[in-house]
Design a protein around this ligand. Structure first.
Ligand code: HEC
Length: 469
């Protein structure tokens, strides 16, 4: 309401773009930065202690890959999250930034140290050719590992807060926001996830770097099996804790969250698939511990794909479950605050919105005003005719024939009760009717909807004749 709406038709306002960038970022951050750095440091330390140059060489070669990916795609997608959230949900990222200002400032300092340390560690590896220098070099790796974990630890506070704000809901205090109820379980869960997927990523690299070196490969298989097994146990423990800390209303979203509405009936099969994936991890780890030399080289590639699937799906489900909120019980996904909802429902949203063509609905402007209502209340989640398109959703409910205007208006009044992942309609009766008029018109014209980035901002016509007393 307070920002010109950036909107891309067909991809539901852009949440898919935020999601894709953020997922890619997590898929690099967790296994590579948080998981792999400490494991590679451990490899370097172990190789030094047991005089195994082959393991040191392998660690160096894998570090090159991790260094390359984290400082390019990893860093860029991090910036990409800021860019995409600022465009598509400025109200959300703006509110979070106000709450977490000092947390994010600290995170920025930690991130800068992380970048300096990774450069230093990787670029000075070959120069650490005496035992003294090697010891110092290992310490740089250790510092890097701590910094990488700290960046995650700070950001996880924000993610946990979004789902359950804890005491902050009363106190509005920064420290309460940093230590909201989901923080510790989620941090534990993600740390375990990072170590598990980090180990698995090291296996992936081992496939390419140990064609002729069966001894180093067997070492990697056996040592990292310990990591996978320990992480799995921690993952389970923190996962259960995390799950029961999620507010009950959000847990109720899980069936739609895990898949989507059209696949809800597949839930059991899907849960089985999740269970099986973890079971396969368990089997691989036990196999790796007991008969490391019997694991064929190609088998090292498979767990990485399972890890990508698990981690990506976890993020998707978590984001979905939080709906209809950006910040639980405070800010809805469409940027409306809970405490202004009643007011907007009685007064109307258009009257208080900055970037709209009309501040009131009249019989002549219904369709145009309805377009603004759609932009404000639905467009962060629905597109018109594309992904999660509003026409398609109504067609699923009412079929291809005539749609009843009265029925649609009634639906808008109760949509948050029948579909708990949607926010309540934040406007008055005239605005509901305007939205219905717009959707029915859209059904006929299928005219694409454009955002402020290509249309310019929308402002009411304020010539004297247009202003009514
Ligand atoms: C927080 C995001 C969000 C907002 C805001 C939102 N929706 Fe939805 N809506 C969804 C999701 C997610 C679904 C289910 C998609 C699926 O899995 O099929 C849905 C489903 C629907 C359905 C089908 C419901 C059913 O029970 O079959 C309709 C109709 C609908 N939305 C209309 C609207 C309208 C109109 C608005 C604006 C007033 C709106 N939605 C706002 C997320 C949202």
């Amino acid at each position: 309401m307070d920002f010109p709406p950036y909107y891309l038709d067909h991809i539901a306002g852009g949440r898919l773009i935020i999601g894709l960038i953020a997922c890619l970022h997590v898929l690099i951050n967790h296994p590579l930065a948080v998981g792999a750095y400490p494991l590679l440091t451990f490899m370097e330390w172990w190789a030094h202690k047991h005089n195994r140059p082959d393991i040191d060489r392998l660690a160096y070669r894998i570090t090159f890959v991790v260094f390359l990916v984290t400082t390019t795609v990893g860093a860029l997608t991090g910036v990409g999250i800021w860019l995409s959230t600022s465009l598509f949900a400025p109200f959300g990222i703006g509110s979070l930034l106000r709450v977490f200002f000092f947390g994010w400032f600290a995170e920025w300092l930690v991130f800068i140290s992380e970048v300096v340390l990774i450069m230093w560690w990787f670029l000075s590896w070959k120069k650490a050719d005496t035992p003294e220098k090697k010891k110092k070099h290992i310490k740089i790796g250790l510092a890097l590992s701590i910094m990488s974990w700290l960046t995650m630890a700070l950001i996880v506070a924000v993610l946990g807060f979004m789902m359950n704000t804890g005491d902050w809901s009363q106190s509005r205090a920064f420290l309460d926001a940093m230590t909201a109820p989901l923080y510790i379980p989620q941090l534990g869960f993600r740390t375990a996830f990072a170590f598990m997927t980090g180990a698995v990523f090291l296996w992936f690299c081992t496939y390419f770097f140990t064609k002729k070196d069966a001894a180093a490969r067997a070492w990697m298989v056996e040592r990292l099996s310990h990591v996978v097994l320990t992480s799995l146990i921690a993952l389970f423990f923190f996962g259960v804790w995390y799950w029961f800390r999620i507010p009950e209303a959000m847990r109720a979203n899980q069936s739609v969250a895990l898949l989507s509405m059209s696949f809800v009936q597949w839930q059991d099969k899907f849960a089985m698939l999740l269970g099986c994936t973890n079971g396969v991890f368990l089997l691989i780890a036990i196999g790796g511990l007991t008969v490391p030399r019997l694991i064929p080289r190609w088998a090292l590639l498979i767990p990485t794909f399972m890890g990508i699937w698990l981690l990506g799906h976890f993020e998707r489900a978590r984001e979905f479950m939080r709906k209809p909120w950006v910040i639980a019980e405070y800010l809805y996904s469409n940027g409306i605050r809970k405490d202004e909802l009643r007011f907007l429902q009685s007064e109307g949203m258009l009257k208080h919105a900055t970037y709209v063509k009309h501040h009131t609905v009249t019989p002549e402007n219904r369709v145009e005003a309805g377009e603004d209502v759609f932009m404000i209340s639905c467009s962060r989640c629905h597109s018109t005719t594309g992904l999660n398109g509003v026409l398609e959703k109504f067609t699923l409910m009412y079929g291809p024939g005539e749609w009843s205007e009265g029925g649609m208006v009634a639906f808008l009044g109760t949509m948050h009760k029948t579909s708990t992942f949607m926010p309540p309609f934040p406007g008055n009766r005239a605005e509901k009717e305007a939205l219905v008029a717009y959707i029915l018109d859209l059904r006929k014209t299928r005219e694409p909807l454009t955002g402020a980035q290509s249309d310019g901002i929308r402002l009411p016509d304020l010539t004297p004749a247009s202003i009514k007393p």
